[in-house]
Design a protein around this ligand. Structure first.
Ligand SMILES: [Zn+2]
Ligand SMILES: [Zn+2]
Length: 246
């Protein structure tokens, strides 16, 4: 039996209210999730009221406490085991909702190259697509001292969104995405710490209108036939190298 990573394993006090609590609650429950909660130590003590009461219990109608616990569980998991990516891969869902309220990004830009895609290992293989958007700065005057006219923003799309990007996104296309900023760091081959800023994509669609028709397909819709597999027309003025702008 794994120890709890959310509290001192010797604790016998309710996580929610501090009352005496001999019962242990698996934060992610249901047949499959309970086992995973056990495996990763995502469990807390709850008093019988906070646990099983019809109104105040997590197994009753207290959805607020349930959500709070799941969010805390996911955060602890991410701190200990490393990443949100891994959590979502294992539990199949992101329980942290406040990110959406606090951290929201909308970008329209051109793909600097075809997405780079890899598939995660594990119980459920998941597509992880990385691409860079060149987002034009407002007004040509706003270029900096180096004459830079665009910002190059790294984006990461997971799972279904990743598969969609792999299948349909190609260099030079203009796309519209919504997501959130995620920062991180890793150590490179020279032993130096590198800080990263990426946009985690929640929603993406084509922003180019083809032949003056109403602009491109949404992810959920039918795929436009002209951007199927294989060859794709690069929009006018986009060269193989360099800035994808006219
Ligand atoms: Zn309690
Ligand atoms: Zn329980």
């Amino acid at each position: 039996m794994a120890k709890s990573i959310m509290e001192d394993p010797k604790n016998r006090v309710c996580w929610a209210c501090g009352a005496y609590a001999p019962e242990e609650h698996h934060v992610f429950y249901g047949v499959a999730n309970r086992k995973k909660s056990e495996k990763y130590g995502l469990k807390v003590h709850l008093c019988s009221r906070c646990h099983r009461d019809n109104l105040d219990g997590v197994h009753g109608q207290n959805k607020k406490l349930d959500q709070k616990l799941k969010e805390a569980g996911q955060r602890t998991f991410e701190q200990i085991y490393g990443s949100r990516e891994m959590f979502i891969q294992i539990f199949g869902k992101n329980y942290i909702q406040e990110d959406e309220k606090m951290n929201k990004v909308v970008l329209m830009g051109r793909l600097t190259r075809d997405p780079e895609v890899r598939y995660s290992q594990g119980e459920r293989s998941m597509a992880i697509a990385r691409y860079t958007l060149a987002v034009e700065r407002r007004g040509r005057k706003s270029q900096d001292g180096n004459g830079q006219q665009a910002d190059f923003i790294n984006c990461i799309a997971f799972d279904k969104a990743g598969e969609f990007a792999e299948k349909y996104f190609r260099q030079g296309q203009r796309v519209l995405i919504a997501g959130r900023i995620q920062t991180g760091s890793y150590t490179n081959r020279d032993g130096q710490k590198v800080y990263t800023t990426d946009v985690i994509v929640d929603d993406q669609e084509f922003a180019d209108s083809k032949g003056g028709q109403n602009g491109g397909g949404r992810q959920q819709q039918e795929t436009p036939s002209d951007i199927g597999d294989g060859f794709m027309n690069i929009p006018d003025g986009v060269e193989d190298e360099g800035l994808p702008f006219n």
